[in-house]
Design a binder for this molecule. Structure first.
Ligand SMILES: Nc1ncnc2c1ncn2[C@@H]1O[C@H](COP(=O)(O)OP(=O)(O)OP(=O)(O)O)[C@@H](O)[C@H]1O
Ligand SMILES: [Mg+2]
Length: 254
């Protein structure tokens, strides 16, 4: 934990940590759409990826989804803290290159970005309990920064278990959930429809957490943009103990 307290320059600074119920559930897509949403609202927004493993380039993918913005080279460098070639969990991908992941460096990069931007959206790696070494999980770094979490859950048969386990794991480690967003990474099969319609309802009832909606499958970028904007607008306009409690980050970040 720790370091000095940090006060974002921006009065209405907000940040979100985007975590998934698994790898490949739509975190990158959601980060890109959120980046676009905030930029279209005129906010100076940026995304960050703490640990990128394998050949994928999630930040580049965020940028292709969003309104373009000029990002100075120093900020661009801070957006990705670590890159490893092995497509595996950060602890293993780092060990394969005989490197160590430093929570201090990640927190420093986050704070430096947060000092220059009004909104910082961080894409986690894989699912909730992803380690960055033999004893620590990435979400512990998010907890130490007091980042509210948006949980992205793939809406499929089996999602109830994955989502509720993820919620429990986040709570146990002191993270505060801004909400759960379901995604549909594939066109639904006919016989899945009842399960897919019920998943958000039962997860909401059992967890008591806000479900922001379901980002239904579409191969059309504009359709995804419009659907996600409608979900994010509702998310940001809710007041009080609703979803906004998460997205409006504490002004003080440790
Ligand atoms: N609503 C949707 N409509 C269409 N495609 C979707 C939707 N949600 C997710 N996908 C697709 O599912 C795939 C996996 O999504 P994505 O790469 O965002 O997952 P991820 O959680 O970021 O994975 P990783 O753990 O590797 O970072 C992508 O091809 C993405 O475009
Ligand atoms: Mg991703």
């Amino acid at each position: 934990m720790s370091g000095q307290r940090f006060e974002p320059k921006e009065e209405n600074f907000c940040a979100l940590f985007i975590v998934g119920t698994d790898t490949g559930v739509g975190k990158t897509l959601v980060c890109g759409l959120l980046l676009d949403f905030f930029r279209r609202q005129g906010r100076r927004a940026i995304t960050q990826k703490w640990v990128q493993t394998g050949a994928a380039d999630d930040l580049a993918e965020h940028d292709t989804r969003a309104l373009p913005a000029v990002v100075p080279p120093a900020a661009q460098e801070r957006r990705v803290c670590y890159r490893f070639a092995l497509p595996a969990s950060p602890h293993l991908a780092a060990a394969a290159e005989r490197r160590k992941i430093s929570a201090i460096k990640i927190r420093r990069n986050f704070r430096e970005l947060a000092a220059d931007y009004e909104t910082v959206i961080v894409e986690g790696s894989g699912g909730v309990l992803v380690p960055y070494n033999r004893t620590r999980y990435l979400i512990e770094i998010a907890a130490s920064l007091h980042l509210p979490v948006l949980l992205v859950a793939e809406n499929r048969v089996g999602a109830i278990n994955h989502t509720l386990l993820s919620v429990e794991a986040l709570r146990r480690r002191g993270l505060s959930l801004a909400g759960i967003l379901f995604t549909q990474c594939h066109p639904p099969q006919h016989d899945e429809e009842a399960a897919l319609a019920n998943n958000p309802v039962i997860v909401r009832a059992l967890s008591g957490e806000p479900v922001l909606g379901v980002l239904e499958y579409s191969a059309d970028r504009e359709v995804l943009r419009a659907r996600s904007a409608a979900i994010f607008t509702r998310f940001c306009s809710r007041k009080g103990a609703g979803a906004l409690r998460g997205i409006k980050c504490e002004r003080r970040i440790v």
